[in-house]
Design a protein. Structure first.
Length: 265
């Protein structure tokens, strides 16, 4: 497929069994249209974390590399296999945290792309290192190997994501936001050529509240009592994705579109 551009598919946060099944159906029809497929996996197994078997299942379906976020540690058995299975954790965790926040993926002779996972700090629980300073240092290192850089910024607030987008404009090829599970309608190319979308959305139960059974969430809001969340396991499945074309010579995004596919039972 490579001519002058790299065709990238990014799949939004995968949520449990419906998300995995939907992605396999989607990739069966569309995998050959893309040079590289990236997916956020932090909710893949039971809604939090990812197991080795589920990672292998999705890699077999055609995903090349996984990004994640604050839930990546929920399945501790995955930690020894993260590098082997190309599962990233956010770059800005403190030093000596297991795993890596960046990986360079060869696509074809003399063409490779760096995928960087980053996490925000606003409303994200435990404090971590500054994402702005962390990625600036990493970009300097990575650019010695490849100018093609794709970033998943896992963050809660739109303001933090938008600020990061402008901070990275002209420094990376594309930045997508994840974590809120709702795709935003603002896919764009920023002034210096960086592709951007505030949130890629999710892959999971369409009739749910970010993948969780809606009646449970409603009761939580009505009563303000702690509730055990349960993943929605029925109904249609939404596969939210972002299609990005990156010019290989300039390392800039030439096209970006957020979209979704819907699969009935």
């Amino acid at each position: 497929m490579l001519n002058s551009s790299l065709q990238v598919l990014f799949l939004g946060d995968i949520v449990s069994k419906l998300g995995r099944q939907g992605i396999k159906r989607f990739l069966q029809d569309h995998r050959d249209q893309y040079d590289i497929v990236i997916a956020n996996c932090e909710n893949t197994s039971g809604g939090k974390g990812i197991t080795k078997n589920h990672a292998l299942e999705l890699k077999e379906a055609g995903i090349d590399i996984f990004t994640s976020g604050n839930h990546i540690w929920r399945k501790k058995d995955i930690i020894p296999y993260m590098d082997e299975l190309s599962i990233l954790r956010p770059l800005n965790y403190p030093p000596k945290t297991p795993g890596f926040g960046c990986k360079i993926i060869p696509v074809e002779d003399n063409v490779s792309i760096a995928v960087i996972n980053l996490m925000g700090r606003i409303f994200m629980g435990n404090p971590i290192d500054c994402p702005f300073r962390s990625i600036e240092e990493e970009i300097q290192r990575v650019r010695e190997i490849t100018p093609l850089i794709f970033v998943d910024f896992h963050a809660e607030t739109t303001s933090e994501k938008k600020a990061m987008g402008f901070f990275l404009d002209g420094k990376v090829s594309c930045m997508v936001g994840t974590h809120t599970h709702i795709q935003t309608h603002d896919a764009q190319i920023l002034p210096q050529g960086t592709g951007y979308i505030t949130d890629a959305g999710m892959c999971g139960a369409y009739h749910s509240v970010i993948g969780v059974q809606s009646d449970i969430i409603i009761q939580t809001y009505l009563t303000q009592r702690p509730t055990m969340f349960e993943i929605e396991t029925k109904g249609p499945t939404i596969i939210s994705y972002v299609h990005v074309d990156i010019d290989i010579e300039s390392a800039k995004t030439t096209y970006i579109r957020g979209d979704y596919a819907l699969y009935e039972d």
